[in-house]
Design a protein around this ligand. Sequence first.
Ligand code: IVH
Length: 673
Amino acid sequence: MSDSSLRARLEALRKQLHEHSYRYYVLDEPSIPDVEYDRLFRELQDIEREHPEWRSDDSPTQRVGAEPLSSFSQVRHETPMLSLDNVFSEQELRDFDRRVRGRLDDGQAFHYACEPKLDGIAVSLLYVDGVLVRGATRGDGRVGEDITHNVRTVDSIPLKLQGEGWPVELEVRGEIYMPRQGFEALNMRAREEGSKTFVNPRNAAAGSLRQLDSRITASRPLEMCCYGVVASDDGLFSSHSGALAQLKRWGFLTSVELAVVDDIEACLAYYEQLLSRRDQLAYDIDGIVFKVDELALQEQLGFVSRAPRWAIAHKFPAQEEVTTLRDVEFQVGRTGAVTPVAKLEPVFVGGVTVSNATLHNLDEIERLGVKLGDTVIVRRAGDVIPQVVQVVTERRGDDVRDIVIPSCCPVCESPLERAPGEAVLRCTGGLVCAAQRKEGIKHFASRKAMDIDGLGDKLVEQMVEAGLIDSVADLFRLEQAQLSGLERMGEKSAQNLLDALSKARNTTLPRFLFALGIREVGEATASNLAKHFVSLEALMAADEEQLLAVDDVGPIVASHIRSFFATDHNREIIRQLREQGVHWPEERIEEGEQPMAGQTWVLTGNLESMTRSEAKEKLQALGAKVAGSVSAKTDCVAAGANAGSKLKKAEELGVKVIDEGGLLAVLSGQDKT
Ligand code: IVH
């Protein structure tokens, strides 16, 4: 590239990156995924490295983030909140290690602290005399926004420190994030209500913190994990890991994944093992941070413009990527719900190549404003199915086309209907529709339902198409000869399947109810129904009032259950299943075994004698449900020290509140609440 076109590219990159960082930090509406941002950032860094004479103080490489919003008051960070340099490969990590060792005295022993890089919002908390006085965002690193009112609502942030020995002024830094489960629930609710969904947990956390009304923040499932400290007394700590251990004693949440290791080989092993567990973690992480553990050596190494020389972020493969939407297919599910599925230009994201992603429903298509040919962002995180989360409108070409919504079922050609106020399109074909039959059988056979080993989705499809089965009852009439006629099915695997079917005949009522695939009856509801009615006959005969008495059953679920059992075809299938020998023991749960069944509890504040999760387990073992937020339905709130917004809410709603002593009495059975 000639100098002049390279210079033009540099200016364009700076402009784009400024724009993206404004969208990311200020508007909370990034229009490209982080990987794309990182790529552009690195391209700019490379050009600036090649042409130092073009460097400029106002380049995005010279600062972190963007100007804070004017509606929050500003906070100056006496010690700037800096950023981290990223590496993306083993080689680059080794280069980092070599640079560190090169700057330290020959052969000096040191350690690396390894911790997850949490994907949330960096926050600073200030404590004076052990009391939280201020919470602030990073902003541009020097000036952030005052979000004290909001951080106070985050349960894992202590309002007052525990223990002793803290300095007069203590600044703690860490990441506020939204655990995945809370994020999925929040978006699910938003989708149901037709309100705006968040692209990812990071955006949800950012949006929740950027609230002028802290009641909204309080209703969001946020957590804070602390990874750094700035103390007024010098020499309080000698290592990073020691500082974190002390923070934990003072009441802060720190990462349980923290490890201190001897060398870069161990860092690489740590990276691999956490990467392999990434999907099982409760929250999103986008890499590993390695820090020289000895604080004296950190000081010796110092900083370069935007980042410390003693730390590095080793990024994971991205969970969001850009690609092109080629087509939309409409897939029919077990209950007839028709789901739009995005057919994508294959893209490597979240560790696999993704070519299909869900678009959820028609409202979602409208909300996204997506068209065929659009550049879109796909996200694949954890076990959640890949989703199209955003359209990159800046990249829309002239050749995009509208998505055509079908009026007939793509499988059985029955008309599709959309109930008033519902986002879901449904096939009216019922069991005439082969797609609904197939999906119903797949669900019946699945692990959490009847758990028929070896009966996977492909095989079900093959058997329905070959006319071997029409209903779930037909499964139990299958014979060896029929099966061995199927493609890729030997005598041995046919026999294995028959054995698995035999074994599955002996089941439990909760599994059987779940397997029936009644709309809105998931695993938990199936198990509540079984507990409540004990026998299938009692459940089938239940009227609405009796159904409403079951935990988690509201009018809609009750009506789905009633109409399922009122349908002749369904009753007939159940009769046939029992005739084929499907059975379960009738288990009555002894009164007294679960003395707190039906009660909903909320735990808040810090408990001394046990952790909140231990208390939760104990309450659950006694049959109580433990919820994350207080509502009029809460039976009791157990409040430990420094309880905040939940305690206040309980008091406002007149919900019973007990202290730790009261909780211990309940758990030991002395007090029957
Ligand atoms: S240390 C001077 N540790 O990553 C070092 N940062 O790219 C400051 N982050 O602004 C950061 N997990 O928002 C550190 N365990 C961790 C982290 C972490 C997430 C974030 C933080 C920071 C950004 C830097």
